[in-house]
Design a protein around this ligand. Structure first.
Ligand SMILES: [Zn+2]
Length: 68
């Protein structure tokens, strides 16, 4: 089984508005998060730290908005 990866390339750090795939709650995720980011409602892991850049674990359509 291949691990699914969704990395949005962007040199600058940003905040992303991400919809939880399990409960639909909107979470704000820092794209350079140094800790695991979990949904504040259900606790689903939304992003994991990867060498200074967060790896988003949701699909691209679940990224609602990019906040700069
Ligand atoms: Zn959730």
């Amino acid at each position: 089984m291949r691990k699914k990866r969704e990395v949005i390339p962007q040199p600058r750090s940003r905040f992303l508005k991400v919809q939880c795939t399990d409960c639909g709650a909107e979470n704000i995720v820092f794209d350079r998060a140094s800790t695991t980011v979990k949904c504040y409602i259900c606790g689903k892991v939304l992003a994991e730290p990867r060498g200074g850049k967060a790896l988003l674990l949701v699909k691209k359509e679940n990224v609602i908005q990019i906040l700069s």
